[in-house]
Design a protein around this ligand. Sequence first.
Ligand code: PGA
Length: 282
Amino acid sequence: MSASEPSAAESEDAGHPGARGAGRTPLVAGNWKMYKTEAQAESYIQGLLPRLSSVERVDVAICVPFTDLRAMVDSTRGSRVEVFAQNMHEEAEGAFTGEISAPMLSEIDVYGVVLGHSERRALFGETDRALAQKVPAALAAGLTPILCVGETEEERDGGDTERKLRHQVHEDLAAVAPGDLQRVVIAYEPIWAIGTGRVATPEQAQEAIAFIRALLSDRSVAPAGDPEIAARVRILYGGSVKPENAQELLALPDVDGALVGGASLAPESFAAIVAAAEKALA
Ligand code: PGA
């Protein structure tokens, strides 16, 4: 990063256990979706934390339902697990019944937020136009956004994967201030691989993620487009990641971690994926 002043959130990041200069610390994030009451979340975290005690080089996150946030923030304090929400509204406050804002999340020490998950896009009308506001709103509140992008099976079969990824990256990051891009995490999740057991091949994952990284270095696509900044953005793979396939995926040169759905719901399998990420670094 060159001239721009580090923001408050960037200074905070510098103190985060996993941060390591210009390198990209791998991130393994578990997306619980609409699973786990607070009592179930507590019992999960008591099972997870001891299993992570020897993890040193991988950042770990759990993306939990709103009602679990405060309990998980309290229970993970002092550990390497960061707590993320799964959605937020783009405005800081207002007459938006049922919505939650970025300042509400950051006030209770939530670390970040998943934005644009394909389930939100497909089932709840999430639009690229809203995401273009949500990403900078999250950053402004000091949250780390995990922005999800990815193509449908039809788009892949029709040779439209790159067009779709270019469109999503271009639209969703359009209002990110220069200097903030490296605080965004991107998750490449081919929609046909989510919850289906059909994981992308290593070649497919590497190719799509390298393409996203190339988009980030292009000023006409990403606001702060610059190869040096693009090289610092963490890009995760998501879609049917399991303990059995994690190491191969996470060893790919451009893959900086995983967004894990189903296999994150049990502490044993989630910890095994974190361990695979550590191994892949070796
Ligand atoms: P999956 O979900 O690991 O169950 O395929 C991934 C996701 O939705 O983020």
